[in-house]
Ligand binder design. Structure first.
Ligand code: BGC
Length: 930
């Protein structure tokens, strides 16, 4: 006893000592935030050569990693003894700390891998080992699923209405009992339940994910999830319960608003691997010994229409040991729905926040309307004390009617209604499992007595991805737009980026997110989500090479246009430049090339690609009541848009071919691109006035962004663009989904950041500020969303953000990854103190670590606080006329540690800096703060 105490004290002093030691945190780089496949401690991955990443923390200036050593072990004990029995990378001289490919022993199904890393820096220091991390392998081949088969109930029963337009199925509940009789070392459950599942062991839900698993292109692929359930199992009798909901597998509709595919009735595949301490194993699999019922409490579930839960039909202890399921039906063995079962390697959806309602009003007798104060995505949890059989209805909407009631017309056929029927006998708490809604307002009817602000809570759901950015500035409207973007973006992350969360769509429309994904990547760690979506798009490709307009292709819409599918080529470029993700390019290269050549072979005429469907979708119309403009002067011709995007895609493919060393392809893309550019200039350039197509802002912005005009005429084309913004649109936004992706940066790159700011801070129609002034808390689908027809008028569509978020971070804050040195290995920091902006503060957690840029103006003075992570460099542009005007922490900048003066150019003092925190002050008479 005594010796133990002394030992513990000794240990404590060691911990205290190292905690205190400057060697650990200050002197050395310290590897932190270890990730495998960019996930923290993932379970059940199916990449056999995973990529490992970390970032190092350091408070020193200009610190760089010069070498690293990785150990991967099959047990934590071995790792603690510094034994890398799976992989010992040895000391590798390299400054690479992201996406290092595992090259150790071949990894096998179910294997656990524990790893750690240490680094050396440019100052001769060797770090201590970083905190250990881990991952485990999933089931790598079909054989590993053993005798597990897909099970379910291949028919409608009871109150199911599979054929009605608003489809309705009750949830399926499955049960299995089994016995363990030895000491368990490890138990791992693998499950794919379609459309959605909840898994229970011995009465407890496994994991905190909701609406699982990730959506997928079912005929090609379904995703399974892996859970460590060692602690959930008990000695002796055990029970497994699974509830299956429809999700998208059993479609919500058949024909409205368009043809929708149903893949089958809910079904699942499951395997539990138990390893005992005596090294024996046992498996429990999904097979025909399982029991199923459709008579549980969830009598209907449908993602558009909500869930009906009759608590009187709850089946007590159904998922607990000893439950007698003999009256349940035997499950049916059903067909395998997918060519491939893949590991889900993105974060699942979770309840990420809970909102308290701001107010509640009784608008008519018994009809209560709650205001959540924010347009959100998720559902309401309900608390109720009522007699058995009380039916409470909860409806959801984004806006109100003038009489205070909820406005549901813009939801189209989606009824967004949850129903709860009480069982009685005490306080009941409930929330749905298999439905979600887009809403700010909640209508409650049938509630006994008077509900108050505690009766419901808003559960905010989205993919559990890290918020990586924060932004604020001295302009309130710009901040409110940011907040609306933040809520809209995350609300539409549902394992695919959806167009909207409320009406009868909620699809992965390809066009909506091409540049948006880039802007979003500053705010959320969306690398894995978009990588996964690229897989969905490639999976949805037809044998011909054609791509659909929505992916997964739950809708049968294929217009073979040039712009929407181009996201398959455009988005990986962002994932590469923001996250250094070259794998997504390599993995999808064949699909991209196949699609682009399919378009070429099918539609190219005289080197133009005049195949378009949606034009500059939702550009601001001349009339506040209409959805689309009918003014030919405002409508950018689709044939021009198609050809310009064809050219842009060819250039991107050329870049990818080069990155992947595909030399023949590089040449082929470049040769064709030259011809396409020539054809565009011959056909669409107005030779006297020097504008493109019909001189819309979008036409000229695309030409300039894609490098179509020759150097000599660029400024004239730009003048035309400015002229239209100023004289036709009175310095307001003039673009839709297409032009909006380029406009803010086109203006800034060509010296008119002042005009970009004007557009961003406007509050009159059309502008983002107009949406905010008219009550928007998320971005609207239409610039005139408050007055246009409800047919296509969502209050939560992020597509019109275009490149606004990119502009916030790159140009207002000055945090940009150098495309030549991706993933922020070299950061270009060129903020624009413009207009009346007095300060901008932004933080961004890059893959190399946190970046900060905060500037504020005093009279004739630019003050700038910067931090950049270890192992990166930044090229910074300070508004100053001469080097002598710039100080860093009180000393002349060029003489301080870690700062190298490069040159003065265009009113900026340019420096190269290494890692660390800096405080710059520049005298600048042009800065005039009032
Ligand atoms: C969707 C959009 C989509 C568009 C294309 C709309 O109904 O909501 O986001 O891109 O259709 O037609």
């Amino acid at each position: 006893m005594k010796t133990k105490f002394i030992y513990a004290l000794l240990l404590m002093s060691v911990i205290l000592f190292t905690g205190f030691s400057s060697k650990n945190d200050i002197g050395n780089l310290h590897p932190k935030y270890l990730r495998c496949e960019n996930l923290i401690d993932p379970l059940g991955i199916d990449v056999i050569t995973p990529r490992l990443s970390w970032y190092s923390e350091s408070l020193q200036r200009a610190q760089r990693q010069t070498a690293y050593k990785i150990l991967v072990a099959s047990s934590i004990e071995k790792l603690n003894l510094d034994k890398g029995d799976l992989w010992d990378s040895k000391k590798i001289s390299s400054d690479q700390s992201i996406n290092i490919i595992y090259t150790g022993k071949k990894l096998t199904s179910g294997e656990q891998c524990f790893w750690k890393v240490k680094v050396w820096d440019n100052k001769g220091n060797e770090s201590e080992w970083g905190k250990p991390a881990k991952w485990s392998m999933g089931l790598l081949s079909k054989m590993d699923w053993g005798d597990a088969t897909w099970i379910g109930l291949n028919k409608a029963t009871g109150s199911d209405k599979p054929d009605s337009e608003l489809t309705k199925l009750s949830a399926r509940m499955l049960s299995k009992q089994f016995v363990t009789n030895k000491k368990i070392k490890r138990a791992t459950a693998y499950i794919c339940g379609l459309g959605q599942f909840e898994l229970y062991f011995n009465g407890q839900k496994t994991g905190d994910q909701v609406l699982a698993p990730s959506l997928s292109e079912y005929p090609k692929r379904s995703f399974y999830m892996t859970f460590d359930v060692t602690k959930e199992l008990i000695d002796g009798k055990n029970a497994i319960g699974v509830i299956l909901g429809n999700g998208r597998f059993f479609a919500m509709r058949h024909t409205i608003p368009t043809g929708m595919k149903t893949y089958g009735f809910p079904q699942m595949i499951f395997k539990l691997n138990i390893e005992y301490t005596d090294n024996t194993t046992q498996s429990i699999v999904s097979d025909t010994t399982w029991k199923i019922t459709v008579n549980g409490p969830i009598t209907a579930n449908n993602e558009y229409d909500g869930e009906v839960y009759d608590a009187r039909q709850e089946i007590p202890s159904w998922n607990k040991p000893g439950f007698d399921a003999s009256k349940w039906m035997r499950v049916e063995q059903v067909t395998n729905p997918s060519a491939k079962l893949s590991a889900q390697m993105i974060e699942p959806i979770k309840i990420m926040q809970t909102l308290e309602p701001k107010s509640v009003k009784e608008i008519r007798q018994g009809v209560y309307v709650y205001d959540m104060g924010q347009n959100m995505v998720g559902w309401a949890s309900l608390k109720v004390l009522a007699k058995r059989g009380t039916k409470i209805q909860i409806r959801f909407a984004e806006t109100l009617k003038p009489d205070g009631g909820i406005y549901t017309t813009n939801l189209r056929s989606a009824t967004q209604t949850d129903t709860y029927i009480t069982k009685g006998g005490g306080l009941e708490q409930w929330e749905p499992r298999f439905a979600y809604h887009g809403f700010r307002y909640v209508e409650l009817t049938g509630y006994p007595g008077k509900p108050d602000l505690n009766t419901i809570k808003g559960k905010v759901i989205y993919d559990d991805i890290k918020t990586t950015g924060s932004f604020s500035c001295s302009n309130d409207i710009i901040n409110k737009i940011y907040n609306a973007a933040y809520w809209g973006i995350r609300g539409n992350y549902r394992s695919i980026p959806t167009d909207c969360p409320q009406r009868d769509e909620r699809q992965g429309w390809l066009g909506d997110r091409s540049m948006n994904s880039y802007g979003e990547s500053f705010i959320f760690d969306n690398d894995k989500l978009y990588t996964k979506w690229m897989t969905d798009i490639s999976d949805a490709q037809k044998a011909s090479g054609s791509l659909p307009d929505v992916a997964p292709a739950y809708w049968t819409i294929e217009s073979d246009n040039m712009t929407w599918p181009s996201s398959l080529i455009i988005i990986p470029d962002h994932l590469y430049s923001q996250f250094g993700n070259l794998k997504v390019i390599a993995d999808n290269y064949d699909a991209m090339k196949k699609w682009l050549f399919y378009m070429r072979d099918t539609y190219m005429k005289n080197y133009l690609l005049p195949k378009d469907q949606y034009g500059d979708w939702c550009m601001p119309p001349e009339n506040l009541e209409v959805i689309h403009s009918s003014d030919p002067k405002r409508i950018t011709p689709g044939d021009f848009i198609g050809s310009a995007y064809f050219y842009y895609c060819l250039n991107l493919m050329g870049k990818y071919a080069q990155l992947l060393n595909k030399n023949e392809d590089t040449k082929e893309f470049a040769t064709l691109a030259d011809k396409v550019k020539e054809a565009i200039n011959n056909t669409y350039l107005q030779k006297d006035s020097l504008y493109y197509a019909n001189n819309t802002v979008t036409a000229n912005a695309l030409a300039l962004s894609f490098g179509i005009p020759s150097k000599e005429i660029r400024s004239r084309v730009f003048d035309n663009l400015v002229n239209v913004i100023t004289h036709v649109y009175n310095n307001h936004t003039s673009t839709g989904l297409i032009g909006g992706q380029w406009i803010m940066r086109t203006l800034t790159d060509n010296g008119r950041h002042d005009l970009a700011l004007k557009i961003a801070e406007n509050t009159t129609y059309p502008s983002w500020g107009y949406m905010i002034e008219n009550g928007a808390t998320t971005i609207w689908e239409l610039w005139n969303g408050n007055t246009a027809a409800p047919d296509m008028n969502s209050g939560n569509h992020v597509m019109l953000l275009g490149d606004l978020m990119v502009w916030y971070y790159e140009d207002l804050a000055g945090i940009k990854s150098n495309p030549a040195n991706p993933a922020f290995k070299n950061i270009i920091m060129k903020p624009y103190p413009v207009g009346n902006l007095k300060f901008v503060k932004a933080n961004y957690l890059s893959t190399y670590g946190p970046i900060k840029s905060e500037w504020h103006l005093n009279s004739a003075q630019f003050n700038w606080d910067i931090s950049i992570p270890a192992n990166t460099t930044a090229t910074i542009y300070i508004p100053a006329e001469k080097e002598g005007d710039v100080t860093e922490s009180g000393k002349q900048a060029s003489k301080t540690e870690g700062v190298k003066f490069v040159k003065i150019e265009d009113g900026r003092a340019i420096y190269e800096i290494g890692s660390g925190s800096y405080h710059f002050v520049a005298k600048n008479e042009k800065i005039n703060v009032n």
